[in-house]
Ligand binder design. Structure first.
Ligand code: FAD
Length: 321
């Protein structure tokens, strides 16, 4: 049924985003021997094209635009509009990233199809495709069974298994120039935060701090620990509200939703709005002075103690590994 899958891939700091590999892998499994077409915007790096081919792309549209560096959502929608009318896909997949979250609903409305947003699993089941996405802040799962029409979905980072790369694979490269005529917004500037070095939504390990960290200086040991384990730093809303760190680090219902392999909650009580953003982490470790803190109900491992003492010990032990 879904023999022809179109995916949008994304570049960050010159590298292919991990979620793009996850999207490609999902597309390859869906197509099951059919055709996977990848869109890559304003990038002409042959190594990246090879990477896309190794991970499942059969055809790559290397889109160049007259609006390079402008609003990526509009550019992505324009690219999807012209390329999908050329390749007639059965399914269109994007990462559940800021671009995917913006562009996918716009394009789904444009072609009059439903969008299954924030999928953590996609499986082909006979003549239908089943997309699973968390609902009610991760407390339940919604399974959408689609039998006809174009399937359109965004995929939550860190959930879909990445296929082993096949380095013998090659793809047909189609250079595709698009003239964007009706761009209604203009990107003035991008302000990068220091925290942007590892994307929170794709991080395998997150060291997260709450009000218990007590100050902006208190976050320094968390950054040091994150560096030792190759992770990213996150925060509760209370820590952001108190000015200890930037709002771009906020995890939870009104912040980012993350699914790392390891989530280390330091001085975070475990309010339901925070849990909503991290409860699907594969392993949760909580450090809290209060043994009754609700975070221990969702934690796999709990340390009852003062984080100012526990974190330096952890950091030194882990540094030696
Ligand atoms: P607290 O609840 O104050 O907990 C601090 C913890 O630190 C306590 O458990 C304490 O025992 C522990 N502690 C103190 N000192 C130490 C120490 N030295 N060592 C170890 N532990 C220590 N919150 C979010 O996080 N994300 C959201 O997206 C979000 N969205 C919200 C949306 C709405 C509509 C509302 C109403 C609230 C939202 N909140 C959100 C806020 C949420 O309800 C909580 O207020 C917030 O998560 C509490 O943050 P906290 O756990 O850091 O602080």
């Amino acid at each position: 049924m879904t023999k022809n899958v179109l995916v949008v891939t994304e570049i960050r700091d010159g590298k292919l985003r991990k979620v793009s590999l996850e999207v490609l892998s999902a597309a390859k499994r869906m197509a099951d021997g059919g055709k996977v077409t990848a869109i890559i915007i304003d990038n002409n790096n042959q190594e990246l094209f090879s990477l896309l081919a190794h991970y499942g792309a059969d055809q790559i549209f290397a889109v160049s635009s007259n609006q390079q560096d402008n609003n990526p959502t509009e550019l992505c929608c324009d690219a999807l509009a012209t390329i999908s009318s050329r390749v007639n896909p059965d399914a269109i997949l994007l990462g559940h990233t800021s671009i995917g979250k913006d562009a996918a609903p716009l394009f789904a409305a444009h072609i009059g199809t439903a969008l299954i947003s924030d999928c953590i699993d996609i499986e082909v089941n006979g003549d239908s495709v089943v997309c699973t996405s968390p609902i009610y802040s991760g407390k339940a799962f919604h399974k959408a069974r689609i039998k006809e029409g174009i399937i359109m979905a965004t995929i939550r980072p860190n959930n879909i298994r990445i296929e082993e790369p096949d380095t013998s694979r090659t793809a047909e490269i189609i250079n595709y120039a698009i003239e964007h005529r009706n761009v209604r917004t203009e990107l003035k500037s991008v302000i990068r935060k220091a925290s942007d070095s590892i994307d929170l939504s794709e991080a395998k390990i997150i060291v997260s701090g709450g009000r218990g960290v007590k100050s902006a200086d208190g976050f320094k040991p968390l950054y040091e620990l994150a560096e030792v384990v190759g992770g990213a730093v996150g925060a509760s809303r209370a820590a952001c509200d108190a000015g200890y760190c930037d709002y771009s680090l906020q995890i939870g219902q009104t912040g980012k939703v993350v699914t790392p392999d390891l989530y280390l909650a330091c001085g975070i009580s475990g309010a339901i709005q925070h849990i909503a953003g991290m409860s699907n982490s594969k392993a949760i470790v909580a450090i809290n002075t209060d043994p009754e803190a609700p975070i221990f109900k969702v934690a796999d491992y709990g340390i009852v103690g003062d984080l100012s003492q526990v974190i330096p010990i952890l950091r030194e032990k882990l540094r030696k590994l």
